[in-house]
Design a protein. Structure first.
Ligand code: PEP
Length: 251
């Protein structure tokens, strides 16, 4: 079901105590009538502990920042879907632009990751988004359509309903430049439309689509006010309890 989600992607930041204190502070500051699902995506080595801190809380969960496309075996340094499922993590983020760019992950790799995640009953936060060049060349709609269709459109309707999409224009990630709320809404509406064409309007209306890219307390309210924006995937501003809470309260 469509829901509002604010997910904090810590990336390769925070030492153990900094991370655990941040989770504690956010939990303590959460409004009691919070309707938003809050997701922490720490590094793998803190995931077990952070997940334990969230287990008995309503609408607070965790995500891994990545996952292996392989199920198990001789893949030194990799972490499998089965492993994170075994510690009761709910989500995995895949397809972040940093993974696509620095680790050369392709749409085909992500297709395999989606399959292995769904097979292990994990929910997927699937990132997509165009580069500045692609936007300037006006191929951003095609880019996003390809990312989504090549990695996700082999899924059954039932499986697709377990996907959360995060639209993250690469030019806005970590740059301080945010897509305007109208630019973001235009793409979110487009994403919902291509999902509707493939799976029908009802399913498309039930998918949560998050925005990511320099989202902060000063712009979150305006961004989240748009019809097709169901929350945010937050990088830098999720590393500080006060700013993360302000974003959560922006609905
Ligand atoms: C991200 O990396 O997913 C992200 C949105 O980062 P930032 O909020 O720092 O732009």
């Amino acid at each position: 079901m469509r829901k509002n989600i604010v997910a904090g992607n810590w990336k390769m930041n925070l030492k153990r105590d900094e991370g655990l204190n941040l989770v504690n502070d956010v939990i303590n500051l959460l409004p009691s009538d919070n309707e938003v699902e809050v997701v922490f995506a720490p590094s793998f080595i803190y995931l077990y502990k952070v997940n334990k801190m969230c287990l008995n809380l309503d609408r607070v969960s965790t995500a891994s920042q990545n996952i292996s496309k392989e199920e198990s075996g001789a893949f030194t340094g990799e972490v499998s879907a089965e492993m994170i499922r075994s510690i009761n993590v709910k989500y995995a983020i895949i397809g972040h632009s940093e993974r696509r760019e620095y680790f050369k992950e392709t749409n085909e790799d992500l297709k395999q990751k989606v399959d292995v995640l769904l097979k292990n009953n994990l929910e997927v936060i699937f990132c997509c988004g165009e580069s500045l060049n692609q936007r300037e060349e006006k191929v951003h709609f095609d880019c996003i359509k390809n990312q989504i269709s090549e990695s996700l459109f082999h899924l059954s309707s039932n499986d697709f309903s377990k996907i959360v999409i995060a639209y993250e224009p690469i030019w806005a990630i970590g740059t301080g430049v945010t897509a305007s709320s109208d630019q973001a809404e235009e793409i979110h509406k487009f994403i919902r439309e291509i999902i509707a064409q493939k799976y029908g309007r009802e399913l498309a209306n039930n998918i949560s689509i998050l925005y990511g890219g320099s989202c902060k307390p000063t712009n979150a309210r305006e961004i989240f006010s748009k019809d097709n924006i169901d929350g945010g995937l937050i990088g830098g501003a999720s590393l500080n309890a006060e700013s993360f809470i302000e974003i959560i309260k922006s609905f």
